[in-house]
Design a protein around this ligand. Structure first.
Ligand code: FES
Ligand code: FES
Length: 164
C-alpha cells in the first residue's frame, strides 16, 4: 500500500507492506540509516524517532500506522553546513563511544530539551530512561544534555556558539 509520510520536512510516498516496520521503512526504503536497530523489541531506544511530536520506538510502529505522520530522525537535525548543538554537545563531552545508541539518545534529548530547556540531573535521567547505552556510561550523557541546554539557551539569546 502507498502511504504519505513527512520525514524531516520532506513528503515521501513509499509503498509498504502490512508488516513493514517504520524502522525498516526509514532505514531500508528511505536510506535514513542514522536510526539504529538494537533489540527490535522496544527496550533499547536505539530506534527512537519523533512521530507527530512524540518519541516512538520505530521498531514497534508499523509503517502504515505512520501514514500522514510527521517524523523527525537524527538526519533531520542540524543544518547542511553545521551539526546540531545537541550533536556538538555529545561530541564535546565525550558522550559517544561506539555511537550505536547515540542517534536515539540525541532524538530523546531534543524532545526533552524542547519540553524542559533546563532539566535537573534527575529529570535528564527520567527523560532518557527509554534509551540504553552499553559503553559510554551515563554521566557523560547527562553532561552532554546539560551542555546542549546551555548551547540552545545561548542561541536563543542570539549569542555565537562555538565548539570548546
Ligand atoms: S530497536 Fe527499537 S527499542 Fe531497541
Ligand atoms: S556509545 Fe556504544 S552503546 Fe552507547
Amino acid at each position: 500500500m502507498k502511504i504519505s509520510i513527512t520525514v524531516n520536512g520532506e513528503v515521501r510516498n513509499p509503498d509498504v507492506s502490512s508488516t513493514t516496520r517504520l524502522l525498516d521503512l526509514l532505514r531500508d526504503d528511505l536510506k535514513l540509516t542514522g536510526t539504529k536497530e538494537g533489540c527490535g523489541k522496544g527496550e533499547c531506544g536505539a530506534c527512537t524517532v519523533i512521530m507527530n511530536g512524540e518519541l516512538v520506538t520505530s521498531c514497534l510502529v508499523l509503517a502504515y500506522q505512520a501514514d500522514g505522520a510527521e517524523i523527525i530522525t537524527v538526519e533531520g537535525l542540524g543544518f547542511e553546513d553545521k551539526i546540531d548543538p545537541i550533536q556538538e554537545a555529545y561530541i564535546e563531552t565525550g558522550a559517544v563511544q561506539c555511537g550505536f545508541c547515540t542517534p536515539g539518545f540525541i532524538i530523546s534529548t531534543k524532545k526533552l530539551l524542547e519540553e524542559n530547556p533546563h532539566p535537573t540531573d534527575e529529570e535528564i535521567r527520567r527523560g532518557l530512561s527509554g534509551n540504553i547505552c552499553r559503553c559510554t556510561g551515563y554521566q557523560k550523557i547527562i553532561d552532554a544534555v546539560k551542555l546542549a541546554s546551555k548551547k540552545l539557551e545561548m542561541i536563543k539569546r542570539g549569542e555565537n556558539v562555538e565548539a570548546k
